[in-house]
Design a protein around this ligand. Structure first.
Ligand code: FES
Length: 101
C-alpha cells in the first residue's frame, strides 16, 4: 500500500515519476524520491532480514537511520540504511534473504 497524499502534512506524490529497482532479484516499482524502505513496504515487502541469533523476521524499526535494522547491500555497498536512502532507477538492493547472498 502506498499513500499519495497526507491528511495533515503537505505531501502529494501523485505527480512523481515511477522508477524501477530490484530487491533480491525481483523487479519492483517505486516513486522517484521515495526511500528504499518505503518502496519495499509499498510493494508489500515487510520482512527485510532475519535476526542473527534467532533468525526471526525483521522489518523497519526506527525509520530515522539510528538502529541499523534496515541495513542492506545497495549497488554492491554493504550496510546501507535503506530507510535513509532514496531509491534510484536501476538500483540493486539485496538483503541477507537474497539467494545471491
Ligand atoms: S530502520 Fe532504523 S536505521 Fe533504518
Amino acid at each position: 500500500m502506498r499513500l499519495y497524499t497526507h491528511p495533515v502534512l503537505d505531501f502529494d506524490a501523485r505527480s512523481r515519476k515511477t522508477i524501477h529497482f530490484t530487491f533480491n532479484g525481483r523487479l519492483l516499482e517505486a516513486l522517484d524520491g521515495e526511500m528504499v524502505a518505503a518502496a519495499l513496504i509499498a510493494n508489500d515487502i515487510a520482512v527485510f532480514r532475519l535476526s542473527e541469533r534467532l533468525h526471526e523476521p525483521r522489518g523497519i524499526f526506527c525509520a530515522i537511520g539510528r538502529c541499523g535494522d534496515c541495513s542492506m547491500r545497495v549497488d554492491g555497498i554493504d550496510n546501507v540504511r535503506i530507510c535513509q536512502t532514496a531509491v534510484a532507477e536501476g538500483m540493486v538492493v539485496q538483503s541477507d534473504l537474497s539467494p545471491e547472498g
